[in-house]
Design a protein around this ligand. Structure first.
Ligand code: THU
Length: 127
C-alpha cells in the first residue's frame, strides 16, 4: 500500500466525529515528499466542523509547505468519498491541479486530477 494512502487511513483513526460517526482521514504530500495528515473534527454547532482535507492543507501551510503533488482521502464507505465543495475550493487555491486518490477500508481506490472534479474554479487570477 502506498505511503500516502497509509497516512490517510491512519489519520482517519484520529477523527473526532461524535455527531455523524463518519470518520475521514486525509494525507497531503508536498514536492519534497513531506506528508501532512488530517482528520475531520466535528463541533456541536455542526457548522464549525472542519473536514479532514482542510485540516491537512492548513497543517501543511502552517508548517511552511507550499507546493503539493497529491492528496489521499480515506473513509469507510463502499462508494468512495470525494472532497466536499469547500474542500475542493481550498485544495484548488493551495494545491492547484493536485492528484486526488480516494480510498476505502477495503482497499478500493480511485485517482483523478482535482480539475476533473472542480471545473472552472474561481481563484485569485480573477481578482
Ligand atoms: N467529511 C470530511 O472530512 N471530508 C469529506 O471529504 C467529506 C465529509 C466529514 C465532515 C463531517 O465531519 C463528516 O465527514 C460528515 O459529513
Amino acid at each position: 500500500m502506498n505511503k500516502l494512502i497509509e497516512a490517510a487511513l491512519a489519520a482517519r483513526e484520529q477523527a473526532h466525529a461524535p455527531f455523524s460517526h463518519f470518520k475521514v482521514g486525509a494525507a497531503l504530500e508536498d514536492e519534497n515528499g513531506r506528508i501532512f495528515s488530517g482528520c475531520n473534527v466535528e463541533n456541536a454547532t455542526y457548522g464549525l466542523t472542519i473536514c479532514a482535507e482542510r485540516v491537512a492543507v492548513f497543517k501543511a501551510i502552517s508548517e511552511g509547505a507550499r507546493k503539493f503533488v497529491a492528496i489521499a482521502v480515506a473513509a469507510d464507505a463502499d462508494e468512495l468519498t470525494p472532497p466536499c465543495g469547500a474542500c475542493r475550493q481550498i485544495l484548488w487555491e493551495f494545491c492547484g491541479d493536485v492528484e486526488v486518490t480516494l480510498v476505502n477500508l477495503r482497499g478500493k481506490t480511485e485517482t483523478f486530477g482535482l480539475k476533473d472534479i472542480f471545473p472552472r474554479p474561481f481563484d485569485a487570477s480573477f481578482l
